[in-house]
Design a protein around this ligand. Structure first.
Ligand SMILES: Nc1nc2c(ncn2[C@@H]2O[C@H](COP(=O)(O)OP(=O)(O)OP(=O)(O)O)[C@@H](O)[C@H]2O)c(=O)[nH]1
Ligand SMILES: [Mg+2]
Length: 190
């Protein structure tokens, strides 16, 4: 059972659970990954960047809520709209303080926008994972190459992994990792 609960800013109270947020550039595969993670097509997906226009929260796990965010860096919406999305994403990080999944396209070198986003997350002292998406499209050689690049570009990520919403690669590992992380993170906050 998956409840798409509400969009941010919230009305009323949220369940008192930590939040794990899926963030990244437009079209990197956030909503597709969310659907795979919860095992149902609850979030809208599109080939066109800029599909997700609000921050949506989903209640699918016992221990935490998932959040699916609008992407950053989509050039085909007006600058003012992009700015608004970014401001709202930042406010969400500041107020909700989620564990942040930063999705990066596994076929591309680290993008400046991703590095800027990670720098913001680090300034807020939030834990973040790097998830290299669309891994089903990579050859073994590309994967090897990309692994090295990601290790160098994001040394302070608490976890890194290849994921694919299409093949399911990395999904279970990622979930197991998040559960165990929240377990110890929750304790460390006490
Ligand atoms: N090959 C492959 N394509 C994928 C995968 N995940 C997503 N895609 C494709 O990437 C495109 C964008 O997917 P979305 O999930 O809508 O991306 P998003 O990051 O939520 O995009 P915005 O909401 O616009 O920011 C779609 O055409 C998906 O079919 C994957 O694991 N493998
Ligand atoms: Mg989306």
């Amino acid at each position: 059972m998956v409840n798409a609960i509400r969009s941010y800013p919230f009305e009323g109270k949220l369940p008192p659970k930590p939040v794990v947020a899926l963030t990244g550039r437009s079209n990197v595969g956030k909503s597709s990954l969310l659907n795979r993670l919860v095992g149902r097509s609850v979030a809208a997906v599109s080939r066109q960047p800029g599909r997700t226009r609000k921050i949506w929260l989903y209640e699918a796990e016992k221990a935490f809520l998932w959040a699916d965010l609008p992407g950053y860096g989509y050039a085909a919406v007006p600058e003012t709209q992009r700015h608004l999305w970014l401001q709202q994403n930042i406010r969400f990080l500041e107020t909700v303080r989620p564990v942040v999944c930063v999705l990066v396209d596994s076929r591309l070198p680290p993008q400046q926008l991703d590095l800027n986003w990670v720098a913001r997350i680090e300034r807020l002292a939030l834990p973040y994972l790097i998830l290299a998406t669309k891994a089903d499209t990579l050859s073994q050689a590309q994967r090897h190459h990309q692994r090295r690049i990601l290790l160098e570009a994001f040394p302070r990520a608490v976890w890194k992994g290849f994921v694919s919403a299409r093949s399911g690669e990395g999904i279970q590992e990622m979930k197991v990792w998040i559960y165990s992380f929240l377990h110890s993170y929750g304790k460390s906050l006490l």
